[in-house]
Ligand binder design. Structure first.
Ligand SMILES: Cc1ncc(COP(=O)(O)O)c(C=O)c1O
Length: 379
């Protein structure tokens, strides 16, 4: 059997990782400023994480949601404490797209309305509803074409209110910081306006923190810079440091109804062990503060690179928009400087390293970025 070929891939086979570094099958070492797409939060192969997962696997890998699983409650308690949402409830699933599917569903079950507001350049996943609220016309296909979604520009509250006045908006969904769209940040004022509009018009506010959450922005959630509290918050990626797990944090205004949501694998024993270990390491190593400090150190220095149009981001979620396409720059970075990065569109490089990136590793990264940028501008 062949693989269904849907990904564009580098011709590199990563076989080992440690901290912020990975190695290919030939033993070549790379600095990982991509974190496997913002997934690696506490670093590759963290010893505490390996211990937690192997011990859990030796006890029990999986049993279904038909039985008690105290690990889920343990995880919810730790996540409530780490995030400042101790009064919210947690529903566990496996991926980011699933988290958004469920958040949209919880909102629709709550107010029984039909329309959703999403935003220009948004990305929320590839399953039916998550794809439909993603700002990409290619994602509209038969199974989701009938969903009613309107895309509005970021930071224009008057346009949001105009739609909400019609009375049929169920939810709005917005990323804490837009990732795939190129590191665009809703202003704090806009988030506060959205919060009050949602309350005024009884619309559920969903903040997608799948990429920007779990400490990446230098706060536990990116929206916490604005001081708002959304009704639903979706998480995945960094939550399991590579073990698939996602969640929806649900405000107390929603009342659970037996059978309304469910998942075979969601919240399984191994996934919970991974997510608990991630929160323990984040706390003991102070990784949210580290992301804030090291991220700011990088952002301050990136302005010195040649050919930069704009630097955007918070913490360790950083976008470098260049004046020209970044293809050569990223090729040189990967093959000559041994640095993995992410991309958005043609002109934006995304940096999403593990939250454990040290100051020394950041300085090393900056040096490699500078070398690649001058090589790319000379070529
Ligand atoms: C903001 C955001 N939401 C949702 C998703 C979808 O997550 P997953 O690929 O785990 O379904 C992503 C993935 O990149 C994302 O960045």
């Amino acid at each position: 059997m062949k693989l269904f070929d849907v990904y564009s891939k580098f011709d590199i086979n990563i076989t080992r990782g440690l901290g912020c570094h990975v190695w290919d099958a030939y033993g070549k070492e790379y600095l990982d400023l991509y974190g496997g797409h913002a997934v690696i939060s506490i670093g590759h192969s963290h010893p505490a994480y390996i211990k937690a997962l192997t011990e859990q696997l030796a006890r029990l890998g999986f049993y279904s949601n038909a039985v008690q699983n105290p690990l889920q409650e343990h995880l919810a308690e730790k996540l409530g404490e780490a995030s400042g949402y101790a009064d919210y409830s947690l529903f566990l699933i496996n991926t980011g797209a699933e988290a958004n599917e469920n958040a949209i569903k919880i909102a629709a079950l709550h107010n029984r309305r039909t329309r959703i507001i999403s935003f220009a350049k948004s990305f929320h996943g590839r399953t039916a509803a998550a794809a439909r609220v993603t700002d990409n016309p290619n994602f509209i296909i038969a199974p989701n074409a009938n969903m009613q979604v309107i895309f509005l520009p970021l930071n224009r509250p008057e346009q949001v209110e105009q739609e909400m006045r019609k009375g049929d908006i169920s939810s709005i969904i917005i990323e804490g910081i837009q990732g795939v769209g190129g590191i665009h940040i809703p202003t704090d004022e806009f988030l506060r306006d959205l919060r009050s509009l949602c309350t005024k018009y009884d619309v559920c506010m969903i903040v997608d923190e799948i990429q920007s959450g779990y400490g990446r922005s230098g706060k536990f959630f990116a929206h916490q810079y604005s001081g708002i509290r959304p009704d639903l918050i979706t998480v995945a990626k960094g939550m399991g440091n590579g073990f698939p797990i996602g969640g929806v944090l649900i405000s107390p205004m929603f009342k659970p109804e037996n059978g309304s949501l469910g998942s075979t694998f969601g919240g399984n024993h191994l996934a919970c062990a991974a997510a608990i270990s991630v929160l323990d390491v984040m706390k003991s190593e102070n990784l949210v503060a580290n992301a804030a400090n090291v991220g700011q150190r990088i952002i301050n220095s990136l302005h010195d690179l040649p050919n930069i149009k704009e630097i955007r981001g918070k913490g360790l979620m950083i976008g470098l928009e260049m004046e020209t396409p970044v293809k050569d720059f990223r090729r040189i970075l990967l093959h000559s400087e041994n640095v993995f990065t992410g991309v958005a569109g043609s002109n934006i490089v995304r940096l999403l390293p593990p939250l454990s990136l040290s100051e020394a590793e950041a300085d090393d990264a900056l040096q490699r970025l500078a070398q690649a940028a001058s090589a790319a501008s000379a070529s």
